[in-house]
Design a protein around this ligand. Structure first.
Ligand code: BGC
Ligand code: NOJ
Length: 818
């Protein structure tokens, strides 16, 4: 029997969770600018300013038991009986009379009732602010007077999350706080090099407070039964060292049917270094700048305006692309949740989720460049800045730091460089930006290499070096050298690790090895063609043809050394043996090279593309999506690296990557097979999988990185939800290739490749300032392509819409012929 844990409320753009014990914490994100938080359906999670590692405001313990403990907690206590409960179920797990969590766009609300008291807490970060609001509404559903105590609780993190979790000999002696009225200030390390602090405010006069965790919880107690709540009174503790904590205690009495609202604020404050203290010379935080902010947001009317502001922002962001197709899962994902996930991946890259601890990885060069693909139509100005930030971490060689820290925006030395696909993603990301915006001025922006002063060169120069980087590194077959890995982080062909714990991606004991990647070869063909188009538009015709010739030559090399007979090979290993070939006993066919080569146009004309996609269907397609490779590696293979370290069916060892599935959808669409493309789309669409939530287990409103493949005992189970390139690529595949509404340099193209049983669909697309209202109409046949457009009443041959002036609204009919 299958089980659901909630439902989509499409009208309100919310996912409504109807029981707290979801298979895994089902999370949402607060904040979309500088202040961010993760929040689960039981109020678990944490907050940070810009950087989940370096500026973490509240503590969270990953891999906890029970899962998801630590968060934005409120405890309610019936002061007549002494009974207490958590209105978010965690951490007390007291049975609730009712429970409902609504995850919306950048807010979450959790409602519950217990013993005649209803509560609803709405959590959000208002636009332009570095604080989060918790708005608690209480209602007495009974006819009696009800004396209540309300306790809030957050555990402060001592800023650097890595240090916070490890350096106890120091940290147990550094904690400091201040309390002023109803505001608790956390100021560890403020006395020395920090000029920032956290505050936790409450709209009510306090009956008491606690700032020392041990005083609040009581010795040897957990968050499930704090002593202060049990007793019904706070300890008024001041933290000196140990674990600084924030807890307000508010007492109130609710009359029969009475409702009350209490506002809590958790925020991040910063002072100029010269004005840190007030009075000057003291050790007290200067609160002059932050007090008015706190006063403002503690007021109910302003909170309401803040929530409205967020709603309006999302209305506007989502109005850029809106579709109405015969499939509700498509509509829901495209119009709301997939776009939303693209915003989150753009903001956080792979840093903070239930699976990314916020410590290990900052912004990925490859990851963030791809995230642009799904985000660029939403806030092009931010995409532009991101491009410049990423490019500034590029090395003079054309190579790239694999990751960079969002706070400093500097390349991360721990992981370094040498992932040879990295630079090419920048070209693809910039091309997407140019096609969407037409803003070619970005190419002339001076950008540093490796953030080095004086190294500035126009962005275009960076892109040229990206492409040259591949050509400078070709192997024995004339294919690109793979380096540490390409898109598949776990195909480490120059690694040969036999030492436990050695990182596969940075240990290159066979460096200088000649392993080659057919994936990068395909990616190069795409990137070189993209760059050719871009430079040709600037009049660099000769350079354009040189790039095209380079792409054609690489396509030829793929044909010669990358074709296995019925699909594209994946790589050549250190010894020159093929990977992803019928010659192999395992790992005979990989999805990545089928996807990327066909997307690059390789084999479309001579039928090899179709043949490769048929092989994908035969060998890699399961009911839960397309597996990464087959047969899975049954044992560890030193010459292949991390891929074979995973048990069969998990992760890169034959898991289903929701990131690579869209490559197959695009490839299917490019070969004109709408049913094939949509079939793959539906198998991993989270909303379409909602009905099997007990198998899928992750959130049904966002993509996960991976679904366990056929070889795994838990086939169909998703893991690593939220922060994955699956968001951007699925968005591109469905909107631009299946629905076929595709930004190009010269305008917007409408070239859908949709299922045979769809009569057509409608869409609204804003593009370069104009709004296109598009109706795709099938005339006659079922599987044909658009032959002509009727734009504002006039017939236009082909599929490219003429550019309308900014501000215009244009009605377009796209007519699908036989
Ligand atoms: C994972 C990859 C991931 C990489 C990041 C590997 O262990 O399997 O999916 O991209 O680590 O460093
Ligand atoms: C996750 C990483 O973030 C991404 O960069 C990589 O391409 C995939 N794993 C596949 O290994």
């Amino acid at each position: 029997m299958t089980l659901r844990y909630g439902r989509f409320d499409d009208e309100r753009r919310e996912y409504v969770i109807s029981r707290p014990d979801t298979p895994l914490p089902w999370i949402n994100y607060l904040g979309m600018e500088e202040y961010f938080g993760i929040i689960s359906n039981t109020a678990g999670g944490y907050s940070f300013f810009r950087d989940a590692r370096l500026r973490r405001l509240t503590r969270y313990r990953y891999n906890n038991a029970p899962l998801d403990l630590g968060g934005r907690y409120i405890y309610l206590r019936d002061d007549a009986t002494g009974q207490s409960w958590s209105p978010s179920w965690q951490p007390t797990q007291t049975p609730l009379d009712s429970y409902e969590c609504r995850h919306g766009l950048s807010y979450t609300s959790i409602a519950a009732s217990h013993g005649g008291i209803r509560s609803e807490t709405l959590y959000c970060v208002p636009l332009g602010q570095t604080l989060e609001i918790w708005r608690l509404r209480l209602a007495n559903l009974t006819a009696e007077r009800r004396p209540l105590s309300i306790f809030s609780s957050v555990e402060f993190c001592l800023w650097d999350a890595q240090d916070d979790a490890t350096n106890f000999q120091r940290n147990f002696s550094t904690g400091e706080v201040e309390v002023e009225g109803s505001v608790i200030y956390h100021k560890t390390e403020y006395r020395e090099r920090r000029n920032h602090f956290a505050y936790f405010a409450c709209s009510e006069a306090l009956a008491g407070f606690d700032t020392a965790r041990e005083a609040f919880l009581g010795p040897y107690r957990g968050f499930d039964r704090p002593i202060a709540v049990e007793r019904g009174s706070a300890g008024n503790s001041m933290a000196h060292g140990w674990a600084p904590h924030g807890s307000h205690h508010v007492r109130l009495e609710l009359g029969p049917r009475e409702e009350r609202e209490i506002v809590f604020l958790l925020g991040y404050g910063e002072n100029p270094v010269a004005e840190k203290f007030d009075p000057p010379g003291s050790q007290q935080i200067n609160k002059r700048t932050v007090r008015p902010v706190i006063d403002h947001w503690l007021q109910s009317g302003n909170v309401e305006a803040g929530i409205r502001g967020l709603r309006e922002r999302w209305d506007e962001l989502l109005s850029n692309v809106n579709v109405s197709t015969p499939d509700e899962h498509t509509n829901r994902m495209v119009n709301v949740w997939n776009a939303y996930q693209c915003m989150v991946t753009f903001n956080l890259s792979r840093s903070a989720s239930s699976y990314e601890s916020g410590i290990g990885r900052g912004m990925g060069f490859r990851d963030s460049a791809q995230d642009l693909l799904g985000f660029v139509q939403m806030i092009p100005e931010r995409a532009r800045q991101r491009i410049l930030d990423i490019a500034a971490t590029q090395l003079p060689t054309g190579g790239a730091y694999h990751q960079y820290q969002p706070l400093t925006k500097h390349g991360n030395d721990d992981i370094g460089s040498g992932f040879n696909d990295d630079p090419l993603w920048l070209v693809l990301g910039v091309a997407a930006y140019l096609r969407e915006t037409g803003d070619h001025s970005v190419l002339d922006e001076p950008v540093q290499y490796d953030n080095l002063e004086g190294s500035e060169a126009p962005l275009l120069d960076h892109l040229r070096r990206c492409v040259a980087y591949t050509l400078d590194r070709l192997g024995p077959h004339g294919l690109p050298l793979i380096g540490r890995a390409d898109w598949n982080d776990c195909l480490n062909l120059n690694c040969f690790s036999d030492t436990p714990g050695e990182p596969f991606q940075t240990t290159e004991n066979k460096s200088g090895g000649v392993a080659e990647s057919i994936f990068i070869a395909g990616q190069f063909v795409m990137a070189a063609r993209e760059l050719a188009a871009v430079v040709s538009l600037r009049g660099e015709v000769e350079e354009g043809s040189r790039l095209l010739a380079g792409a054609a030559a690489m396509a030829g090399t793929i044909a010669e050394h990358g074709w296995d007979g019925a699909w594209f090979r994946r790589a050549y290993d250190f010894f020159g043996s093929p990977v992803g070939s019928k010659e192999c006993d395992e790992g005979q066919i990989f999805v990545e090279s089928q996807g990327i080569c066909v997307m690059a146009g390789v084999g479309i004309e001579d039928g090899r593309a179709r043949q490769a996609l048929d092989s994908v269907r035969d060998r890699l397609l399961t009911e839960h999506g397309v597996m990464l490779q087959q047969p899975a590696y049954a044992r560890y293979r030193i010459e292949l690296g991390e891929i074979s370290s995973y048990p069969p069916g998990y992760k890169e060892n034959a898991g289903i990557f929701c990131h690579t599935n869209p490559w197959i959808m695009i490839a299917e669409a490019m070969t004109g097979d709408g049913d094939g493309a949509f079939d793959v789309y539906r198998r991993t669409n989270p909303s379409a999988r909602e009905a099997i939530s007990d198998v899928h287990r992750c959130e049904p409103y966002v993509y996960a990185q991976m679904i366990a493949g056929r070889d795994a005992p838990s086939h169909g189970e998703a893991k690593n939800s939220w922060l994955t390139g699956a968001a951007a690529w699925n968005y591109v595949a469905i909107t631009q290739w299946i629905l076929g509404i595709r930004p190009e340099h010269g305008g917007l193209r409408v070239d859908p490749v949709i299922p045979a049983n769809w009569p057509g669909f409608r869409a609204t697309r804003r593009f370069r300032g104009a709004t296109y209202r598009i109706a795709v109409i099938k005339q006659g046949g079922t599987t044909g392509r658009v032959t002509h457009l009727i734009v504002g009443g006039a017939r236009v041959e082909g599929t490219l819409m003429p550019l309308a002036p900014a501000g215009a609204t244009v009605d377009v009919e796209a007519v699908v012929g036989e």
